[in-house]
Design a protein around this ligand. Structure first.
Ligand SMILES: C[C@@](CO)(OP(=O)(O)O)[C@H](O)COP(=O)(O)OP(=O)(O)OC[C@H]1O[C@@H](n2ccc(N)nc2=O)[C@H](O)[C@@H]1O
Ligand SMILES: Nc1ncnc2c1ncn2[C@@H]1O[C@H](COP(=O)(O)OP(=O)(O)O)[C@@H](O)[C@H]1O
Length: 288
């Protein structure tokens, strides 16, 4: 089985407060977009999990794909051979590892005939990471609690986005950005409610609707991010927003043609830029 496993952006991300378990309560709107990792999975008779990684992600047992497969195959006869080819930049706020993990859960469930329910997979996904359950839905969806309680929104319109991934990286980035957040930056979820109503009604959304409470905290962690954000606005004359805990920034573009022109203009910046479209699903399947 071959899978193209898409990444996400957060159209809106509000932090409501800190939880007793050290996590934060979120109100966020996820959207999958057409930049993906390739996963090739084949069941084997040897009852072991073999993973080959091509690209910038941990190898072997340190990869979340391995952990996801192991959680399903513990004490099962079936084993699995997996090849992961990274197309999604790692540690960028695009949820690449979470997407790979959810794709692995779905694929192993099918290939090894485990017949686990969607609810069962959601519980396992949530234990793998706060972002993983969303990728069992894909498209557009609201995330609440740790971001793992998902309510899908109808997918009414296609959008083009420019993503810019600056070359800054940091170990345990998400944890550090949340730690840099100040209580005065908490909001009450109103932005998320307003934007989800607009999406549900099929109205066109614009850059003015997008919001991310983590931007000031991300700038505290990467002071260079503020300059990069300004440079993007100056080059494109558009507003740019942070995805997740960053450092990826993105903007809605009015068409593929406008996006292509702006993508050319972004070549003067180091890092990576992509022109993507929204997708109604988290992954595409192709039988081998
Ligand atoms: C911030 C978001 C927004 O979509 O995206 P990314 O930038 O990572 O892609 C996610 O909530 C990230 O989800 P995920 O990457 O799965 O996070 P986890 O591994 O579960 O958590 C990593 C760390 O982030 C912090 N964390 C995460 C989620 C949350 N609701 N509150 C938190 O405080 C905690 O310190 C936790 O230890
Ligand atoms: N399959 C994977 N792809 C990417 N990163 C992975 C994977 N498995 C484990 N990781 C680890 O998870 C961290 C977060 O990765 P990723 O999901 O790409 O970022 P983000 O949380 O910023 O969206 C990486 O820095 C890497 O060490």
């Amino acid at each position: 089985m071959r899978i193209l496993s898409y990444c996400k952006i957060n159209l809106c991300l509000e932090v409501l407060g800190r939880r007793p378990d050290g996590y934060h309560d979120l109100a966020t709107i996820f959207q999958t977009v057409s930049l993906g990792d390739e996963l090739i999975l084949k069941p084997n008779q040897s009852s072991c999990i073999r993973l080959l990684v091509d690209g910038n992600a941990p190898t072997g047992e340190d990869n979340i794909v391995h952990t996801a497969a192991k959680m399903l195959l513990r004490s099962k006869e079936c084993g699995i051979d997996i090849i992961l080819r990274k197309g999604i930049p790692s540690g960028a706020g695009l949820g690449g590892g979470s997407s790979d993990a959810a794709s692995t859960l779905e694929a192993v469930n099918k290939l090894c005939n485990l017949h686990l329910s969607h609810e069962h997979l959601l519980t396992i996904a949530s234990s793998l990471g706060a972002d993983v359950p969303f990728f069992l839905y894909g498209g557009t969806a609201v995330g609440r609690d740790r971001g793992d309680k998902i309510s899908p929104l109808p997918y009414r319109r296609e959008y083009y986005f420019l993503l810019h991934v600056p070359p800054f990286r940091l170990e345990r980035k998400t944890q550090r950005v949340f730690a840099a957040l100040q209580p005065r930056e908490y909001t009450d979820g109103t932005f998320t409610v307003q934007l989800s109503r607009k999406i549900a009604a099929g109205q066109q959304i614009t850059n003015a609707d997008l919001y991310n409470s983590l931007f000031p905290a991300a700038v505290r962690v990467w002071p260079q991010l503020a300059r990069r954000h300004d440079a993007l606005q100056e080059i494109t004359h558009q507003a740019w927003v942070l995805s997740g805990a960053g450092p990826t920034l993105y903007t809605i573009v009015e068409s593929f043609q406008v996006g292509k022109k702006l993508l050319e203009d972004l070549r003067q910046l180091d890092g990576q830029s992509f022109l993507v479209r929204s997708t109604p699903v988290a992954r595409e399947y192709q039988d081998l």
